[in-house]
Design a protein around this ligand. Structure first.
Ligand code: PLP
Length: 360
């Protein structure tokens, strides 16, 4: 059955139209994007790029410079990297290989775009339930080991915010023909990078790691991510993908942040402090309500379990210009679940105050 609601948060334009509000007046806690402005250097680059001719030419299809910059940042070989039009485009290619290798396991609830990607290729998949309660201790061991050919992992997990330990994932790698690990949020998690398995692509040909700059830089509209895997696989993807899927602005912004280690580290520090402080604040304030329970999270969103349906709460918040994530599109969740993303303190206060009118 196709349900009639958006399967992703962040539909600001659509909701603003529906609510008759200006986009700027919407508080969007439905898509989990860092609320800070881009570093000035990157903003200036984007503003100037219209005038200085950067967009006159086709982007460099070899991605020579940006691959080199990403490779140096992660200490991996440039030939193992492929930039994409956001992580989502790369899921499409990973799903092609998943289909060629057999049946995929999708730990659920999980990010819905993997299903879209698999459907492109008529690839077979099953949903494997994840436990819906867990301790405060992070990272956790990856809790399931489905008996399929391909395993999709999200680290940290969306929508639960759990961080899986690197060692528990590493132990699983030999069980599968292909493992696809989406690390779109890992750079936002304080100490999260220690659990990354990017470097294991050096020794495991059956591993694809996918990263995104969407959340970290707050550039969902720019569209930039990259896959890390063995070069033979990437050369097959390159043979059949669009000629210029990644625009030059996205390439150059990525190049700049990867090369400028001072700017990169400063951004990481700012985000980690925010996730720690605002995560704690939001969790504490949500815990004061009797009918909802926020679950522990390592990243910039919190999954909330409610004793009653949250549909009225979601709609009432929307009427006040506040978007939170309706969780009905997540397999194994229902209308008793909500996901709220961290914003700046001022907006987090507005969200908590608004909730006080609808939640006991
Ligand atoms: C787990 C996860 N991976 C990837 C993405 C998409 O990343 P991108 O914007 O780079 O396509 C999202 C977006 O919400 C996500 O939640």
């Amino acid at each position: 059955m196709k349900l009639d609601f958006d399967s992703h948060g962040g539909n600001i334009e659509k909701e603003a139209r529906r609510l008759g509000l200006a986009k700027e007046n919407i508080i969007d806690a439905s898509a989990s994007i860092v609320p800070f402005k881009l570093p000035k250097k990157l903003t200036n680059y984007l503003i100037n790029s219209i005038n200085n001719g950067s967009i006159k030419y086709y982007p460099d299809r070899s991605y020579f410079q940006v691959k080199d910059a990403i490779a140096k940042w992660h200490n991996i070989d440039p030939s193992t990297i492929l930039p994409g039009n956001g992580a989502s485009e790369l899921f499409t290619w990973a799903a092609r290989d998943a289909g060629l290798n057999g049946i995929s396991s999708l730990p659920s609830p999980g990010f819905g775009d993997y299903q879209r990607a698999l459907k492109c290729w008529n690839a077979a998949y099953i949903h494997n339930p994840l436990p819906l309660s867990w301790s405060n201790i992070q990272p956790q061991s990856f809790p399931i080991a489905p008996k399929t050919n391909v395993l999709w992992i999200t680290n940290p997990h969306n929508p639960t915010g759990q961080l899986w330990s690197r060692s528990s994932i590493e132990n699983l790698l030999t069980n599968y023909k292909l493992v696809i690990c989406d690390e779109a949020f890992i750079s936002l998690v304080p100490e999260g990078e220690h659990q990354s398995i990017i470097d294991l692509t050096k020794t495991h040909k059956n591993l694809i790691v996918i990263r995104s700059l969407t959340k970290f830089l707050g550039v969902a509209g720019l569209r930039i991510g990259y896959a890390v895997t063995n070069p033979d696989r990437l050369s097959k993807w390159k043979d059949i993908r669009d000629p210029w899927p990644v625009n030059s602005l996205a390439i150059n912004v990525t190049n700049m942040i990867m090369k400028d280690s001072k700017m990169h580290q400063k951004r990481l520090k700012k985000i980690h402090r925010w996730v720690k402080e605002e995560g704690k604040w939001l969790h504490m304030n949500l815990s004061d309500f009797h009918t909802i329970k926020p679950l522990p999270s390592t990243t910039n969103f919190q999954l909330i379990k409610s004793k009653i349906s949250t549909l009225n709460i979601i709609e009432n918040l929307k009427q006040r210009g506040i978007l939170v994530r309706d969780c009905r599109s997540f397999i194994n969740l229902n209308e008793n679940w909500l996901r709220i993303s961290l914003l700046k303190r001022e907006q987090n206060i507005q969200i908590i105050n608004a909730l006080k009118d609808y939640v006991k």
